[in-house]
Ligand binder design. Structure first.
Ligand SMILES: Nc1nc2c(ncn2[C@@H]2O[C@H](COP(=O)(O)OP(=O)(O)O)[C@@H](O)[C@H]2O)c(=O)[nH]1
Ligand SMILES: [Mg+2]
Length: 278
């Protein structure tokens, strides 16, 4: 995992520190850790006598552990139904993540309702329904072209009526730059009374994942992040950039296929993978 990260940094570790500061910063930027984290890591490495890999590893761990959130704790403590709103651009993995989290919550004994507020993209409702059928989770939908906010409202009402523990709202992944669509997200958030707005980002998108998360945060406000596709050749840098610059906790990572492939985010686990075989 994270072979591209290791590839970028490999050359740097073998060189004397005095020579490699610039190379380190460039390698970090190429690994998508973002400008702030790259500078932070470089300055810590330069200021220490110990070997680069060890110092880097500690600093990255520190960055990742700065903002944490225990989702299980949140679920346990919060009034039910807990309203979870998933946002992010098209293809980032929202629908897949909702299915995975639904599976996880069910395995923990929580009952769930899905709300299909993506009334825009062809196949979106069917995709969520298919997951719902497989998982035994009810899906509230009004069909294509309907008002996504009213779907959200009804999904919450349905969850209340059924005394469900959680309602997971799927939204249309659209460009964050489209103002009308951001207004629509805001309305969904308001009408649903979302307890947690979760940004779902594609780890492969590198720096773009940070920019997208920022846009969503500025427009509608996000509480935490789930990064998907860390199995594909993700450099791992987007997690570091998000932790350093967005200052929002990453709660889960998604990988591969299958409902059980949702990994609870843990800074130690992450740096262990980043520096495995380094
Ligand atoms: N390899 C990999 N693929 C994923 C992961 N999560 C989602 N995908 C794939 O990414 C594509 C888009 O996912 P989807 O959930 O439909 O994204 P959405 O548009 O945000 O709802 C689908 O082909 C998924 O199978 C992941 O963790 N790993
Ligand atoms: Mg979707």
């Amino acid at each position: 995992m994270f072979s591209a990260f290791k590839e970028k940094l490999k050359g740097v570790f073998s060189r004397p520190k005095e020579e490699s500061a610039e190379a380190l910063e460039i390698a970090l930027l190429e690994a998508d850790v973002g400008v702030e984290a790259a500078e932070r890591i470089k300055s810590v490495v330069v200021g220490q006598k110990r070997d680069t890999a060890t110092v880097m590893r500690e600093e990255i761990r520190r960055i990742l552990a700065e903002k944490t959130m225990d989702f299980d704790d949140f679920m346990e403590r919060h009034d039910k139904p807990v309203r979870l709103l998933f946002v992010g651009i098209n293809g980032s993995g929202k629908t897949t993540t909702i299915a995975r989290l639904g599976y996880r919550l069910k395995s923990m004994g929580y009952s769930c309702v899905f709300g299909s507020c993506d009334t825009f993209r062809a196949g979106a409702v069917e995709q969520l329904k298919l997951h719902g059928d497989r998982l035994g989770i009810e899906v509230v939908t009004h069909g294509y072209g309907s008002d996504p906010a009213s779907v959200a409202f009804d999904a919450v009402a349905h969850a209340k009526a059924k005394s469900a523990d959680a309602v997971l709202l799927d939204t249309a992944g659209r460009m964050q730059t489209n103002r009308n669509l951001m207004e629509e997200m805001k309305k969904i958030k308001r009408v649903s009374g979302a307890d947690l707005t979760i940004f779902v980002g594609d780890a492969l998108a590198g720096n773009d994942a940070l920019y997208e998360a920022r846009e969503f945060d500025a427009s509608i406000g996000i509480d935490c992040v789930i990064l998907t596709k860390i199995d594909s050749d993700a450099k791992g840098g987007s997690a570091i950039a998000i932790a350093q610059e967005l200052k929002k906790p990453i709660i889960f990572l998604g990988e591969g296929e299958g409902y059980d492939r949702l990994i609870k985010f843990d800074a130690d686990w992450f740096v262990d993978r980043l520096f495995e075989n380094v």
